[in-house]
Design a protein. Structure first.
Ligand SMILES: Nc1nc2c(ncn2[C@@H]2O[C@H](COP(=O)(O)OP(=O)(O)OP(=O)(O)O)[C@@H](O)[C@H]2O)c(=O)[nH]1
Ligand SMILES: [Mg+2]
Lengths: 853, 214
């Protein structure tokens, strides 16, 4: 007997078509012998076949009763062994071994998929998914392009649907994620997971040719892995087509008598028995026809087995028992179809069994991404882990470097589902959430999921966290996605979420909370593509200046109006939103909010330039004369002279002396050095952030050449200077400082300082050069501050004990530990803020000067 | 269970270097001999004690496979610590460290503590990367370094705990803003400070960007 085995081993080592007949009948004998002595099979292949048949045996002996939970059967154990054998084989051979070939050739996975769809016995689906996940995930071969692998995989993917939630969603999502992994690892298989060819190929005969070339494409094996000696690993596997298109198979088969021959004569070929029945029942689908169920297991009990295996050989010609099992399975399937509302469920079967069943409504061409659709259906899962896994899978697919796949995903439902979820989570935030709590919610999509579900920091914090986790995911997804998908995603989020939901909400009575939420969204946005879309929402896409009092950007209009309501909170939150907008250092936002209005330099008074030698150019000429020879001229080209006026000390002095001595509370009067290091650092980052914005280096008249010699050119700036709605609002707020709360003043100050820091020559001279000659009637920051100081000077001395009050106010505002509520005095608070603002401005002017010389 | 602080970690590095094994050894004190490749990101947690304070570690074990790099990247943000692992028996995993480090630095918050780990120290006979090379790399890039074995558990505890100590010190030094959870640190429920509010709080926020008016 042992000798016999040794011979068999040789036969089994490689399965070539011509040898198959011998080999397989050999196995028969071997198996029979094995059974006779109840000895374990010897070669891995025999072992493999043994366990497979044992597994199948369950179905033979449970034809009518499949109610036993799968865990109580031997099925999981056999599958574990099958997996072990397959993986062990991979380790030992350096090319696909006989067990893998057996699995491919005999379409084992196809049968497993059928059993999984039928859930026979109960729990079978989980077990099958786990088996496939482990097998495909661990196999070193790119197997997915084989029809006998990808067709069942497609069916299983289509079975996975998280909506309505499935009790085995954890296993389903893990399976899907594994397929994602394979798709990312072997990008040439994306077509497989991408389209749903089962449905298309069978239902649409005109597509046959396309399908075929498609298959030729997908069955391509990378040359590195190609094994020429093995027909299974040929680039085009003719048998592979059969699962997609049975008719094609018939044709192919006639052309390929050899493979036909194999089917007819190999006893152990599980397909062969039912193949016959298949021919009589013309359109029975492949997966059933190839069912190894048709065979009775040899190994149920040793005594019976010898008999049954004899019977089995006799019955080769008849199809009674095989058909019974087939029918049985078919019934199971039909049953499932009735009860299951899954539109994708067993699509292939419906299509091939009965054309009329395939209603176009039931199978809409909603998207071609089978895998992506499956993943998307889990996004609303109640289970965090499942949801996160779905997110991971989607991100992996989105980042796949395959232009045509990126295009497909961009056209899929992904963008709209992602945006709608954002919308739903936003709407789920309770209106009573305190807007002050929003600022401190810092979550990430992946790391916070286990945390925030139990969190109870403030009422509604879970919903707020859920929203920001999803926003973070959107942001990350856009960052990682391929360009076309990223842009579509961002655009859809703008339209579906910002424009449709947020814009109207800015006028409703929860506007304070809404504003805080949007500000936070801006803050956490890191993807430049998303930022661009949000900027379009915020300031409009139009880059032309607005005409005074004619509003073209509804959102900006609304936000600025919100700054002028009676609500202190709304004003503060809106100013904070602008703060976040400026902090994005987004070219479009800066352009539309501020820069476009200054770019003509229409505020500059040409006529005054002569009399008062204050423009940078004249001053600069003098400085040039003075320093010629000592200065390294190579610097001149890179550094702006506008930002470094030679009269910097006069400029600084203007700011520092604005506040009269007796209103100043800082004991360190003219000292602004202490602000320097922080501004240095911030200016460096501003320079790098703005380096690519193509801003001019110097502030010069736009049409300098035309106006240089003709002096009386007052009307040269034909239109009156308009600084735009944003700066107008800010200057109004500055002028109003003595009458505003400290919180508002602090925000206004923050915004002004942010603008002053930007290395833009026009903005710089407009804000930071009090000596600049301005067209009469033009408001400037310095003029506004002068007005504020004038008011403070006239009013503060009237209040009793104002010196002490001022000192106390300063103490209170600038100390880090909050003290018990003292009497607040708006005037005193404004005085302190104004004093600080002037020093900060002087500090910024100096830092910018310093950087530019 | 209550804790004083919660730290979030990620484990990164090439596939097969032993990331999942390190986590399993740390959380379950077990070793898993077969490479069950991580698909997506796995999660584990354990409580440790530093300075007689209970600290909860939440650890995300990422997939080293190139195919899943986009997912891994998106987990960096919000982590306080990272274990960057290579396999001392496979030089290429050491050679890839620079890429990992660049990725981490680019996508994480700047204070993230990174611990460099040369794993599989039990396989000294198959060593391809000398200990000194690991040390030199760590020194050059300002990382803490350690060789571990997920199999024998050598230095595994230390790797996780020393990273936590480093984070803890940074908190004491005030480098980490513990009120900002984006840093990957959370204060335990009973340790929450009095709610930051009042004028100084507001002012502090303004000054964070505004250059420090206070
Ligand atoms: N001898 C030895 N083997 C180890 C050690 N750590 C891990 N391994 C083995 O290395 C292989 C890979 O370990 P994993 O922890 O799964 O690798 P991983 O880094 O998580 O890989 P990915 O999940 O693919 O990123 C396994 O076979 C482990 O048994 C170790 O310290 N010593
Ligand atoms: Mg792992």
């Amino acid at each position: 007997m042992s000798r016999e085995y040794a011979d068999e081993n040789k036969g089994c080592a490689r399965v070539y078509p011509c040898e198959r007949v011998n080999m397989i009948s050999g196995i028969q004998i071997a198996l029979k012998n094995a059974i006779d002595v109840i000895a374990p099979p010897v070669t891995p292949l025999q072992d493999f076949i043994y366990h497979w048949k044992q597994l199948m045996n369950f179905y033979v002996s449970h034809l009518t009763d499949c109610k036993v939970p799968v865990q109580n059967t031997s099925i999981p154990r056999h599958l574990d062994v099958l997996l072990d054998i397959l993986l062990q084989e991979e380790k030992e051979e350096n090319e696909p071994g006989p067990c893998l070939e057996y699995l491919l050739q005999h379409k084992l996975l196809d049968l497993l998929a059928t059993l999984a769809s039928a859930e026979t016995p109960p729990g079978m689906r989980t077990v099958c998914l786990a088996f496939l996940r482990k097998f495909l995930g661990r196999s070193i071969y790119p197997l997915l392009h084989h029809t006998s692998i990808y067709a069942p995989i497609q069916r299983l993917v289509a079975l996975c649907n998280g909506n309505p939630p499935s009790p085995i969603e954890a296993e389903e999502i893990q399976f899907l994620l594994t397929i994602c992994y394979l798709a990312c690892k072997y990008p040439h298989v994306t077509n497989i997971i991408n389209d749903a060819p089962i449905v298309q190929a069978v239902s649409n005969p005109t597509k046959k040719d396309n399908e075929r070339t498609e298959i030729q494409r997908v069955t391509y094996v990378p040359t590195r892995k190609r094994i020429n000696s093995n027909p299974l690993f040929e680039p085009l596997d003719t048998q592979a087509i059969t699962l997609i298109n049975p008719n094609l198979f018939d044709k192919e088969r006639r052309k390929l008598p050899r493979s036909n021959h194999v089917f007819k004569t190999t006893v152990s070929d599980p397909g062969h028995l039912s193949r016959r029945s298949n021919e009589s029942v013309s359109s029975r689908e492949e997966s059933v026809s190839s069912s190894p169920l048709a065979q009775k297991s040899v190994c149920d009990s040793p005594l019976l087995n010898t008999k049954s295996s004899e019977q089995w050989e006799e019955k080769d010609g008849g199809d009674s028992s095989g058909n019974k099992i087939d029918e049985h399975l078919q019934n199971l399937r039909d049953l499932r179809l009735d009860t299951d509302c899954n539109a994708y469920e067993d699509a292939g079967y419906v299509a091939s069994d009965n054309q009329s069943l395939k209603s176009p409504n039931k199978m809409p061409e909603k998207s071609k991404c089978l895998l992506l659709d499956a993943l998307l259906s889990y996004l609303n899962s109640a289970d965090n882990t499942v949801r996160i896994r779905a997110c991971e899978g989607i991100m992996a697919l989105a980042s796949l470097k395959d232009p045509s796949f990126a295009q497909t995903t961009a056209r899929s439902e992904l963008p709209s589902i992602v945006s709608t979820r954002l919308e739903n989570l936003f709407n789920a935030i309770p209106a009573h959430v305190d807007h002050l709590d929003i600022y401190n919610v810092d979550v990430t999509w992946g790391l916070d999921s286990p945390l925030w579900t139990q969190e109870k920091k403030f009422p509604g914090c879970r919903q707020v966290a859920a929203f920001f986790m999803w926003y973070d995911y959107c942001d990350r997804l856009i960052r990682e996605a391929q360009m076309e998908l990223a842009e579509t995603l961002a655009r859809t989020i703008r339209v579906v979420f910002f424009e449709r939901i947020v814009t109207p909400a800015l006028a409703d009575h929860h506007v304070i909370l809404i504003t805080a939420l949007v500000a936070k969204c801006l803050k956490v946005t890191t993807s430049s593509i998303l930022c661009t879309e949000v900027s379009y929402w915020l300031v409009g896409q139009d880059r032309d200046p607005e005409i005074p009092n004619v509003w073209t950007s509804p959102v900006l209009h609304r936000l600025i109006e919100n700054c002028f309501t009676d609500s202190n909170d709304l004003t503060v939150e809106t100013l904070k939103l602008f703060e976040e907008a400026l902090d994005k250092r987004n070219e479009h936002i800066l352009h539309c909010l501020v820069l476009i209005y200054l770019s003509t330099r229409a505020y500059y008074d040409n006529t005054a330039a002569d009399s008062a030698i204050t423009s940078w150019s004249d001053e600069e000429d003098e400085r040039e004369k003075d320093k010629k020879g000592t200065l390294d001229l190579s610097y001149e080209q890179n550094y702006s002279r506008t930002l470094a006026p030679s009269n910097i000390h006069r400029v600084i002095n203007c700011f520092l002396s604005l506040m009269p001595r007796y209103l100043q509370t800082d004991p360190d009067v003219n000292n602004f050095d202490k602000y320097m290091p922080a501004w240095e650092q911030q200016y460096t980052s501003a320079l790098s952030d703005c380096a690519l914005m193509a801003w001019p280096l110097e502030a010069v008249m736009v049409d300098d050449s035309a106006s240089s010699d003709s002096r009386p050119e007052a009307d040269h700036c034909s239109g009156r200077f308009y600084m735009g709605p944003f700066l107008s609002m800010l200057f109004d707020k500055i002028s109003n400082m003595p009458r505003q709360t400290y919180e508002i003043n602090l925000e206004v100050m923050g915004l002004i300082l942010r603008l002053a820091l930007l290395p833009h020559p026009y903005l710089h001279e407009f804000l930071l050069n009090p000596l600049l000659p301005l067209i009469p009637g033009t408001k400037s920051l310095f003029l506004c501050l002068q007005k504020v100081v004038k008011q403070l000077v006239s009013e503060i001395p009237k209040t009793p004990e104002n010196k002490i009050m001022l000192a106390e106010t300063r103490q209170r505002l600038l100390s880090s530990c909050p003290q018990e509520e003292e009497k607040e005095d708006i005037l005193c608070e404004s005085a302190v803020v104004t004093e600080e603002l002037c020093k900060e401005l002087a500090g910024i002017a100096y830092v910018k000067y310093h950087h530019s010389v | 269970m209550s804790y004083a602080y919660l730290f979030k970690y990620i484990i990164i590095g090439d596939t097969g270097v032993g990331k999942s094994c390190l986590l399993l050894q740390f959380t379950d004190k077990r070793f898993q001999p077969v490479h069950d490749l991580t698909i997506g990101v796995e999660f584990g947690a354990r409580m440790i004690t530093i300075d007689s304070k209970q600290i909860k570690l939440q650890i995300w074990d990422t997939a080293g496979q190139e195919a899943f790099r986009s997912i891994t990247r998106s987990y960096y943000r919000g982590a306080a610590g990272a274990l960057l692992v290579y396999d001392i028996t496979r030089r290429e995993t050491f050679n890839h460290l620079t890429t990992w480090l660049e990725d981490a630095r680019q996508h994480s918050n700047s204070n993230m503590v990174i611990m460099l780990i040369g794993n599989k120290s039990d396989l000294d006979s198959r060593r391809e990367v000398r200990r000194e090379e690991g040390e030199a790399f760590a020194r050059e890039h300002g990382l803490v370094f350690m060789e571990t074995s997920a199999k024998t558990a050598a230095n595994v505890e230390e790797a996780f705990i020393n990273t936590a100590k480093e984070i803890y010190e940074k908190i004491q030094e005030g480098v980490f803003d513990i009120n900002n959870e984006a840093n990957g640190i959370k204060i335990g429920p009973q340790h929450s400070p009095t709610s930051p509010g009042g004028l100084a709080g507001t002012g502090g926020q303004g000054s964070a960007q505004g250059g420090g008016c206070c």
